[in-house]
Design a protein around this ligand. Sequence first.
Ligand SMILES: C[S@@+](CC[C@H](N)C(=O)[O-])C[C@H]1O[C@@H](n2cnc3c(N)ncnc32)[C@H](O)[C@@H]1O
Length: 236
Amino acid sequence: MTDLFNNPLGPVLVERKSKPARTGQQLQIAPEIKSIAFDQVEILNSILTLFVSGQTFDCDATYGYGEFYKEIARPEHCFDIDPKKPEATRGDSRNLPLPSSSIKSLMFDPPFVVSNPKTGSEAIMARKYGGYKNITDLRAHYKNSLDEFARVLRPRGILVFKCQDFAHGRSNYFIHDEIMSMARESGFKAVDLFILLAKNRAKGAWDHQNCARKFHSYFWVFRKMQKTRSGSGVKS
Ligand SMILES: C[S@@+](CC[C@H](N)C(=O)[O-])C[C@H]1O[C@@H](n2cnc3c(N)ncnc32)[C@H](O)[C@@H]1O
């Protein structure tokens, strides 16, 4: 069996098992889509292949520097509360200028840094990508945005939520787990989870380490559930 961690970037091929090959007939070989990668473009392409019938997402609600779109097509709607690129329009992920049920897919990569006033060690990331004063603000932004995405996405629409667990003070925040619960409350169902591995990370500024330094982030894939006919609940 191939060991992904000893050969993380090696192409892994699987045989399609549905039709056994007849003598003289070539085996159909498909590239295997993996749940981990060192390259976010690979993850984005995997998500597009598996869940989005199109070249790219319809909307990016937190466009930033547009780093996702160096190799894949740019979405039709690119918003950021503080646009850094001319192609982005000023827009708030909690109140998007889009009609209800109007888009099929949406990318969300919100800030993930909560500033620590004592160390200031997160300041560089916060300056580049934005940050929160406290965990309550982070949670409120994530939940209010999820509610808004449930409004603008069509039933069965796809939401991709990039996030990162983090340590703050002396506690670990497994925020990807909280996001799954929040998304469910907002009417989404988790359909996949990809893990982006980092080879290097900027060194932390602490003198005492009390939990593992995170060398990974997540790409959640959620599907908006359909309302039942009675409107009394949701079904996938
Ligand atoms: C982690 S960065 C996104 C990076 C982006 N994926 C890229 O490729 O550069 C987070 C972005 O979210 C934006 N942001 C923060 N709060 C927002 C909000 N309420 N609505 C829209 N964008 C917001 C920030 O300005 C920042 O550009």
